[in-house]
Design a protein around this ligand. Structure first.
Ligand code: URA
Length: 186
């Protein structure tokens, strides 16, 4: 599948109940040739209105986190586990994630990132391990089929709980180290 067909299909998707409440499908944004991909859980209110991931307060913090590791939105690709907003920002349910996950799989196949960073528990559980515990496991790495995968606290959690920020700063430095070792800063 190519980008055009994937995006078109996704934009018209009615595979789960989230389609009925959405204003916009939030497909994903950024560099389609990025070496590093960030994956959140699902659109919030602002994302639903604007059709872009991480444009609300959590998105502003994500931009700051990217700049700590010398990145910006032109150098990364950002997407979510589900592409339509769950009502009242509740967690996306398993059936909603199941219905949506193939779109993300296709995006990963097209982008071929060297590093995937899960943002928060929902993405980490879906992508890394169903038993993932973000408090215990954030900042650890796995390599799956040549792709390095890690997880950070979700930016929304970092907005609520400032005490998590120093650990996240360390995790970000590890991501920067990994990128340097893989020669991804060009
Ligand atoms: N939170 C997410 O997980 N994704 C977004 O796009 C915005 C907020």
């Amino acid at each position: 599948m190519d980008w055009e067909l994937l995006e078109q299909t996704c934009m018209q998707c009615t595979k789960c109940k989230l389609c009925s409440g959405r204003q916009n499908v939030v497909f994903g944004v950024g560099n389609r040739e990025a070496d590093i991909m960030f994956i959140g859980e699902g659109p919030g209110e602002q994302e639903d209105i604007q059709g872009q991931p991480f444009v609300g307060p959590a998105g502003k913090l994500l931009d700051d986190m990217l700049s700590i590791i010398d990145l910006d939105r032109s150098k990364v690709y950002i997407a979510n586990i589900v592409k339509c907003r769950p009502p009242h920002n509740r967690d996306p349910q398993d059936d909603e994630q199941d219905a949506c996950i193939d779109y993300l799989r296709q995006q990963v196949l097209l982008i071929k990132p060297k590093i995937i960073v899960c943002l928060g528990r929902i993405a980490a559980r879906r992508i890394i391990d169903p038993e993932y515990r973000i408090t215990r496991d954030h900042g650890t790495w796995i390599n799956e089929k040549g792709v390095w995968i890690t997880a950070l606290y979700h930016p929304s959690a970092l907005l609520r709980d400032l005490s998590k920020r120093p650990e996240t700063f360390e995790d970000l430095l590890e991501i920067r180290d990994k990128m340097k070792r893989l020669d991804l800063y060009k």
